[in-house]
Design a protein around this ligand. Structure first.
Ligand code: CUA
Length: 285
């Protein structure tokens, strides 16, 4: 059978188009790394995400040289943490879950965009080369506050980035003749050593101490003043390191019963612990 040359050309052209279409669709579904959230990943209990140590405390964690994991909770109508702070030149894997309804986690101006389904953990990795700010929005209608559901990613210059955390143990009340002693625990969440300065103020007394904290480690510093030097009454104290700050008030005076001094001390210690927890909770808000 003789096929006309033009017909042959049209046939070849049509074949190439078909192969081209199939190649494009295959590339789009496999080559771009677009994945669907499915049952292959382990599910978590959406009604109790605090059971999962990734989401009980939404945060950014360093896992490699320039690699970070961000554990994010999308809930009506906020993202936690907010802002998500990461350093430039980093590769960040976002793991996102929802405790209530379906949301999305979409970084404006990038192709990072995922649905967030209660009980499922959506995961995706993005690189951030330049300092800057990105908006995070929710693309899935999730309720009356949907249009207000937004967060922020702040990419900071490497030298400005730290993952320092501060917790302070301070007494509420100290008797005259004793010492007002404040213990600051500074934790370095990064893998490299971190050099910083801790400043503390008790009444009018100022302390400044340089510390080097090993990676993924913490240092305890104690600052003390004689209660007699402060004098009777209320005195403010504060501790500052990097962007972290804690403050409170200590009362100097002997309203405690001397016979029960030991018991009082124990009570004081317990109360201080409670206070620290409360302060941390407030910070989260
Ligand atoms: Cu969350 Cu819309």
């Amino acid at each position: 059978m003789n096929i006309h040359t033009y017909e042959k050309l049209w046939l070849i052209g049509a074949m190439l188009l078909i192969v081209g279409f199939i190649a494009t669709i295959t590339y789009g579904s496999v080559g771009l790394g677009i994945a669907m959230i499915d049952d292959s990943e382990e599910t978590i209990d959406p009604s109790d995400i605090s059971d999962d140590d990734r989401f009980s405390d939404p945060r950014v964690e360093q896992v490699g040289d320039n690699e970070y994991e961000a554990y994010v909770v999308a809930q009506t109508f906020i993202f936690r943490p907010d802002p998500i702070e990461i350093p430039e030149n980093s590769e960040v894997t976002f793991q996102v879950t929802s405790p209530d309804v379906i949301h999305s986690f979409s970084i404006v101006g990038t192709n990072v965009n995922t649905m967030v389904i209660p009980g499922e953990v959506s995961s995706m990795t993005a690189e951030f080369d330049e300092p800057g700010e990105y908006g995070v929005i929710c693309n899935e209608y999730c309720g009356t506050g949907h249009h207000d559901m937004e967060g922020k990613i702040v990419v900071v210059p490497e030298e400005e980035f730290d993952m320092t955390e501060l917790s302070v143990d301070a007494p509420d009340q100290v008797d005259l003749g004793e010492e007002v002693s404040i213990t600051a625990t500074v934790t370095n969440g990064q893998l490299e050593d971190h050099e910083t300065t801790v400043t503390a103020e008790i009444g009018n007394e100022t302390f400044e101490e340089d510390v080097t904290i090993a990676g993924d480690d913490s240092e305890e510093l104690t600052f003390a003043v004689d209660a007699d030097d402060l004098g009777e009454g209320d005195h403010d104290w504060s501790v500052d390191v990097d962007d972290e700050s804690e403050s409170g008030t200590v009362t100097v005076g002997d309203d405690a019963d001397e016979d029960e001094e030991e018991t009082d001390d124990e009570d004081a210690a317990e109360e201080t612990d409670d206070d620290t927890e409360q302060t941390e909770e407030n910070d989260d808000e």
